[in-house]
Design a protein around this ligand. Structure first.
Ligand SMILES: NC(=O)c1ccc[n+]([C@@H]2O[C@H](COP(=O)([O-])OP(=O)(O)OC[C@H]3O[C@@H](n4cnc5c(N)ncnc54)[C@H](OP(=O)(O)O)[C@@H]3O)[C@@H](O)[C@H]2O)c1
Length: 271
């Protein structure tokens, strides 16, 4: 793939905007390389803020691009595929599905045989350069295709490659994890407010705690249990807090939460 490959987005909503904003800010893509489509103009003003071209014609985006992101809702993908598949060439196009709960096999079956496809589940933190992306290589995609997609996310979101059967639990941790960690963050800040800290300060402190715990684990390679142990002195304050979390069943709640996301993804998956 040349360095100036063209990138299309079918769908111009939240996830298209997060990827485009992140990739342009990181310098991975130039606005002139990108075009997006959607049936209505309602999201176009946000896309145009990035100086990116827009159209109501999905076929125009398919013809324009070599890397084609499917960034509409999962139930819309089959219809979109029927609309654009005559424009898709297995040599020219790499199709990147962002659709949650749509297995690779189903998505591949909507497109011409041999279509090179990659499935990704990016999270919303891509918009601030701290994202995470679960990535699955399709049956006809090459290693170069995987590297092309990863290059779009350099400095935007860390890519975690998994087999298709593990995409839902991985998305539970990484995609839904943003929502779940926001609840943890809010709860931690509620505790601070209860003990007299202003809401604004408590939220900033809680966010920094979450970032800090994650950064120690990522940078040192330490197990989270080791990090917890290193913060807990005998009969100290941290171990008292940890005890309350254990009494509240925080570990089981988080495990159940990931399991619930996987079950829901299975319910939403086309039969
Ligand atoms: N949001 C997330 O955190 C997240 C995370 C991972 C994966 N995803 C996946 O990303 C995809 C998009 O989600 P989103 O949150 O970005 O949704 P969204 O904000 O609702 O955006 C959906 C976009 O698709 C467009 N669209 C609808 N029908 C279309 C059609 N027939 N042809 C072309 N475009 C069409 C919509 O058009 P209008 O602008 O006219 O409404 C809109 O621009 C979904 O498959 C979702 O599973 C989302």
């Amino acid at each position: 793939m040349t360095e100036t490959f063209k990138v299309g987005f079918i769908g111009s909503g939240n996830i298209a905007q997060a990827i485009i904003g992140g990739a342009i800010k990181a310098g991975n893509l130039q606005p002139s390389q990108i075009k997006t489509s959607a049936p209505s103009d309602r999201n176009f003003s946000k896309i145009q803020e990035f100086k990116v071209a827009t159209t109501n014609d999905n076929c125009e985006v398919a013809e324009f691009s070599q890397v084609l992101f499917l960034a509409c809702k999962p139930y819309q993908i089959e219809g979109v595929a029927n609309q654009i598949k005559s424009k898709i060439s297995t040599e020219k196009h790499l199709v990147v599905s962002c659709a949650a709960s749509l297995p690779m096999e189903s998505c591949e079956s909507y497109f011409p045989a041999g279509t090179r496809m990659i499935r990704i589940i990016p999270n919303m933190a891509c918009s601030v350069g701290q994202g995470g992306v679960v990535l699955v290589q399709g049956s006809h995609a090459t290693r170069e295709d995987v590297e092309t997609v990863k290059s779009i996310f350099t400095g935007v979101g860390e890519c975690f490659e998994v087999p298709d059967r593990l995409i839902e639990p991985a998305s539970g941790i990484l995609g839904c994890g943003i929502a779940m960690m926001s609840v943890v963050l809010e709860g931690l800040s509620d505790g601070g407010v209860m003990m007299g800290i202003s809401r604004q300060d408590a939220i900033q402190m809680a966010a920094q705690s979450l970032i800090g715990a994650g950064a120690i684990v990522k940078e040192t390679g330490k197990h989270p249990g080791q990090v917890k142990d290193s913060c807990c002195s005998p009969n100290g304050t941290s171990i008292k807090g940890v005890h309350e979390l254990e009494r509240g069943g925080v570990r089981a709640s988080l495990m159940n939460a990931v399991e619930a996301t996987v079950k829901r993804a299975e319910e939403l998956s086309p039969k």
